[in-house]
Design a protein around this ligand. Structure first.
Ligand code: NAI
Length: 780
């Protein structure tokens, strides 16, 4: 090749990164690894190979973790926990800071090893993955330092189990390990079977940082090892990132166990390009959105939604850019697109694309090397219902659709079961900021894509899972409110007396659905007796159909979410005012049902309504100072429709304690009141009726919680379910919630003092909101 040829083609020559150091590290371990437990490597057991997907060669043998290995690791973490959790925040901060420094010192080795094991271009491992890992530890060193002063009422959870995927092996480790350790937990982590090596190298590095033994343990293995960790009774929390399918399995496996859970699952993120966008920037962004890490990114912008008038021009520009992408050996610094992690994944991608008979497929011109590669691919002309527009392909395959109006763009964007991320491209700030809140996603990038930072929460809604990673909100997922838990005492309704006394006119309280009283669908009701044997009234027994109607009514009331916070506050004050006007009547009703004085509970309920009227316009978001051109706004959005099973211990105050934060934050709710003492709730709807609360914002379905918990928790149009009823309902609720992976908040049979200050405020407001991180350009 002549110099002239080079100038003509502008082709880069190969610029290979040396793998010598990484190979030497593997060789120092004899090419075979055990687990990392209690501060040291165990002897290798039954092993499996981990390969370099670009070259197909075996890199090392790692041990398939058995249940006994998980036991040993959890035991080590449990032994280390008491001391680590009591280590002052400053000490933990120093160690996390040390880890950040060491990640930087070993950055090249970590990057090369990551590329060899995963197949991602070295440019990405070197410039994105590893710097973000270091940043994560720096940031969390800061959180550890500030925890005592900023979150004095919180305590760590215990031993945390982390199960992570193969697409960002070390970064996902950092996302789990940094907040867990900052908060004072100890960890057992299982890396993905395709990519265990950087986790093992990191474990070795923790010794240099002085991390006490047992605080971080790594057990390698496949899904069975992960399942053993998830099932282990010594684990207090599971943090999982991976497929929605496995997320659902884990949700079911942990149901009723009392384990905390966060799930960061799949996505099918929209990439919306309006006709006034800077198209060249949007093309560059899209290259990053879908071809970064070969598209094996949970938040990959895998659905292009482009405005009709510019679609052809945009596709042409995109195709030209695709043709310039270079596929090849990921260790070559000039490579744009590396290898797919494993032949099984490549075959899966190929099968999905080959199985699609619709549309037109365009493949990048760059030759596809032998080995585990798949070319950048664009498919246009698909209908939105096509499986390729609905299912996660998890490869370098972009599907494209067009739209005419902003409303249509939003409809298309929201037309999947996922809700992880979205990009919006337009030069019109009004338009971008109009669209961002309408998209169902945990993260929205305006004129940008795939921006990540430790300070900014990341995570999804709907079937993309729940929980946030990063920021204060991510740290809170590794903490619980301080306090000693005591078991909930069962509360039983007063039984039917031997000699019933019915004085006065019988009244059957109906259900309250869509702002109207409704007869229960089944046509059944039951008598409510006072402890002294007096008939207090009848209450309707709701069923599955009533729950369905209530959820439908709640959806129809979605306008509440768009009402102003000031307006919501006014309505809640008005409810308090009207309850206050009837305080004596409510107090009498409570004491008639429970046999105890009711005045204090009514007063507390009025106070609680005031609290949430106050909070309605004060539960502020944050503006995160992220280290790139822009700012990340953490917006507190309503969750949507919340189903809540209310406590028996405080039939009025408990219900108000759940209802008020839910509606203050703009949610609609379906409440199942105490079944032992339901009449306080059915009296309350008369108060709601006269307080300007729009119909459907609060729906009340009385009945047997055994009949109502499952349909409510399983309903696909319910976004979150809270259960403060009988302890054994928690397991049912969590298991049923696996269907659409809705958020749950349950009592696990533990009592709560509903009168206590801890039973109002931040914990409740957090449950009633989703943090949406909106990245906007800002400043220089
Ligand atoms: P996966 O969800 O099966 O694996 C993720 C992790 O979970 C691995 O460490 C695995 O060993 C572990 N695991 C598997 N079964 C388990 C179980 N029953 N209990 C506990 N842990 C278990 O993902 P996989 O099979 O590697 O990839 C399949 C598809 O999943 C991909 O094509 C992609 O669509 C999706 N995926 C999504 C990711 C995301 O970040 N959203 C990451 C990885 C995969």
């Amino acid at each position: 090749m002549t110099v002239r040829d080079i100038f003509d083609s502008m082709a880069y020559g190969p610029a290979p990164e040396s793998d010598a150091e990484a190979r030497a590290w593997i060789a120092r371990h004899g090419g075979r690894f055990g687990h990392f437990i209690d501060g040291r490597f165990t002897a290798p057991g039954a092993t499996f190979a981990t390969r370099n997907p670009a070259r197909g060669e075996v890199l090392a043998e790692v041990t398939q973790g058995a249940a006994a290995d998980v036991d040993r690791a959890v035991a080590a973490a449990a032994r280390a926990y008491p001391k680590w959790s009591r280590t002052p925040g400053h000490e933990r901060a120093r160690i996390l800071y040390g880890l950040a420094r060491l990640v930087q010192k070993h950055a090249r080795l970590l990057a090369v090893l990551e590329t060899m094991d995963n197949g991602k271009p070295i440019r990405e491992a070197r410039d994105i993955d590893i710097p973000l890992v270091a940043r994560h530890f720096y940031y969390h060193a800061g959180l550890a330092q500030l925890m005592a002063s900023e979150l004095p009422d919180h305590a760590p959870l215990g031993v945390c189990g982390a199960v992570i995927p193969w697409n960002f092996p070390l970064l996902m480790l950092a996302w789990k390990v940094a907040p867990a350790l900052a908060a004072g937990n100890t960890v057992v982590l299982k890396p993905a079977e395709y990519t265990p090596l950087t986790a093992l190298l990191f474990a070795e590095i923790t010794r240099e940082a002085g991390l006490p033994k047992g605080v971080l343990n790594i057990v390698t293995g496949d899904g069975d090892t992960g399942a053993a960790l998830v099932a282990h009774p010594g684990v207090a929390k599971i943090a999982f990132t991976g497929s929605t399918e496995v997320g659902r399995i884990i949700r079911k496996a942990t149901a009723g166990s009392g384990k905390a859970l966060t799930l960061e699952l799949g996505g099918k993120s929209p990439y919306i390009v309006f006709d006034d966008a800077d198209l060249d920037s949007a093309v560059e962004g899209l290259v990053d959105a879908i071809w970064f890490n070969q598209g094996q990114v949970c938040c990959a912008g895998s659905r292009l939604i482009v405005q009709e008038g510019v679609a052809d021009r945009f596709h042409d520009k995109l195709k030209r850019r695709m043709d310039g992408l270079r596929l090849g050996d990921p260790l070559d610094k000039c490579i744009d697109v590396g290898a797919i992690v494993d032949p099984a994944q490549r075959d899966r991608i190929a099968a999905m694309v080959d199985g699609c008979a619709e549309g037109e497929t365009y493949r990048a011109a760059s030759p596809v090397p032998d080995g585990c590669f798949y070319p950048p691919t664009l498919i246009t002309g698909l209908s939105p219902a096509n499986p390729l527009c609905q299912e996660e392909i998890f490869g370098p395959v972009l599907v494209s659709m067009t739209f005419r109006t902003p409303a249509e763009a939003v409809d298309l964007a929201n037309n999947t079961r996922f809700g992880l991320a979205a990009s919006v491209w337009t030069e019109n700030l009004n338009l971008a900021l109009d669209i961002a809140p309408k998209i169902r996603a945990g993260v929205v990038w305006v004129n940008a894509t795939n921006l990540f930072d430790a300070a900014a929460g990341f995570g999804g809604v709907r079937e993309s899972g729940f929980g946030r990673e990063g920021g204060w909100e991510g740290l809170l997922a590794y903490l619980k409110p301080k306090g000693t838990a005591r078991a909930l005492k069962p509360v039983a309704a007063a039984p039917e007396p031997a000699q019933p006394r019915a004085d006065g006119i019988d009244r059957t309280a109906k259900l309250y659905i869509g702002g109207k009283q409704a007869r229960p669908d089944g046509g059944y009701s039951r008598a409510v007796w006072s402890p002294g044997g007096r008939l207090l009234g009848h209450v309707g027994l709701g069923n599955r159909k009533d729950i369905r109607n209530a959820v439908e009514a709640a959806h129809a009331a979605k306008g509440w979410a768009r009402s102003t916070a000031h307006n919501r506050a006014q309505v809640i004050y008005y409810i308090a005012e009207n309850l206050s006007a009837r305080a004596t009547e409510f107090a009498d009703r409570l004491s008639a049902m429970t046999g105890k004085p009711g005045k204090a509970e009514v007063e507390a309920a009025i106070g609680r309504l005031f609290t949430y009227a106050a909070w309605a316009d004060k539960w502020e978001g944050r503006a995160k100072p992220v280290p790139m051109h822009g700012i990340a706004l953490a917006m507190n959005e309503p969750v949507g429709v919340i189903g809540a099973l209310c406590p028996d211990e405080a039939p009025l105050l408990g219900l108000v304690s759940l209802m008020a934060p839910a509606i203050a934050m703009g949610n609609a709710c379906v409440l199942v009141p105490s079944s032992a003492y339901p009449l306080a709730a059915t009296d309350l709807y008369q108060v709601l009726d006269t307080s300007d609360l729009p119909g459907g914002v609060v729906n009340i379905v009385t009945g047997d919680p055994d009949d109502l918990a499952r349909p409510l928790a399983g309903h696909l149009d319910v976004d979150a379910v809270w259960c403060f009823g009988r302890g054994d309902l928690s397991a049912k609720v969590e298991a049923e919630a696996a269907g659409n992976l809705k958020r749950t908040w349950v009592n696990h049979g533990m009592a709560r003092d509903w009168f206590a200050p801890a039973s109002e405020g931040a914990e409740f407001l957090r449950a009633a909101t989703e943090v949406k991180t909106v990245w906007v350009p800002y400043g220089e």
